[in-house]
Design a protein around this ligand. Structure first.
Ligand code: BEZ
Ligand code: FE
Length: 289
């Protein structure tokens, strides 16, 4: 312990882990310590840089509260949230791909009938879109009674939570699939928007030379007992930033085309997008009984 060197420090710290900790704690801490030490050695980190990183994390903590978690944003900018989501939700049966939840989900959105509009405030020059489709199981059978929460930003690039000028729950709704597994609602064409960059996340974007923009997308959360819940987003095929999303969350299978609506329709555009859900793992089913 007393002859610490830059070469034996990793072994010293991992050996100091208590014998009594759970195996998962040991696995995570051993790997974390090894990777952090290797990182410091690899970049030959200076004391000043280490201190700057600690101060950066302090600022991230200072700006965080129950409504804003800057650490999630930082993990998004580093591609960590999308990576963890892919590790924890591996596609195994052809089910729809998931992607990041983001910080703007709001519980208990208005419960609306099939086909209803989620628009509570009109914005000039915005386009309306009827979004519809089916929710199927992995064998292609429609699933009735799937709850679908949807949310999106307004044409000014802000979610209701960020904009006191928008009514609460603007552009949010909860729908249920019918006997044919169908869902439908009226929304606005989603606009690209910058992720919050007024805090430590913004500092990190600057350090990395990245812009904060996300491509236009609509968020979806699907759930029904007996099926694995799905948190995902549909991306407008014609939006900017599809190839440079600031949080790396775009997947080809989640891109949908907003087509011109047929004449006589009551929206400007239509988007048809089907989801596939897989059955929940057996242990979840037993636990739910
Ligand atoms: C979002 O899509 O709402 C989002 C995702 C990650 C970071 C910020 C926003
Ligand atoms: Fe979003």
């Amino acid at each position: 312990m007393r002859n610490v060197t830059k070469d034996n420090i990793t072994e010293l710290v991992t050996k100091a882990l208590s014998k009594d900790i759970p195996p998962r704690n040991r696995q995570i801490m051993t790997s974390l310590i090894r990777h952090m030490h290797d990182f410091c050695r690899e970049v030959d980190l200076t004391f000043e840089e280490w201190l700057a990183a600690c101060e950066f994390m302090r600022r991230a903590g200072d700006i965080s509260d129950e409504k804003r978690n800057e650490f999630i944003l930082i993990s998004d900018i580093l591609g960590v949230e999308v990576l963890v989501d892919m590790l924890d939700h591996r596609v195994t049966e052809g089910e729809s791909e998931s992607t990041v939840l983001g910080p703007f989900y709001r519980e208990n959105p208005p419960v609306l009938p099939k086909g209803a509009s989620i628009i509570k405030k009109h914005f000039e020059n915005s386009q309306t879109v009827r979004v519809s489709g089916r929710v199927l199981d992995t064998a292609g059978k429609p699933i009735e009674g799937v709850t679908i929460d949807v949310w999106e930003d307004a044409p000014n690039g802000l979610y209701d939570l960020q904009d006191p000028e928008q009514p609460a729950y603007n552009l949010r709704g909860r729908f249920t699939t019918d006997a044919q597994g169908e869902y439908a609602f009226v929304a606005v064409r989603p606009e690209p928007y910058p992720i919050p960059y007024d805090g430590a996340g913004g500092e990190l974007l600057n350090y990395m030379g990245h812009h904060p923009w996300r491509p236009g997308h609509i968020h979806f959360m699907l759930f029904k007992d007996g099926y694995q819940s799905l948190i995902s987003q549909i991306y407008d095929a014609d939006t900017k930033y599809l190839d440079s999303d600031s949080v790396f969350a775009v997947k080809e299978s989640l891109i949908g085309k907003l087509n011109k609506a047929p004449s006589g329709a009551d929206t400007d555009l239509v988007l048809v997008f089907d989801f596939r859900l897989k059955r929940a793992a057996a242990k979840t089913l037993i636990a739910a009984e």
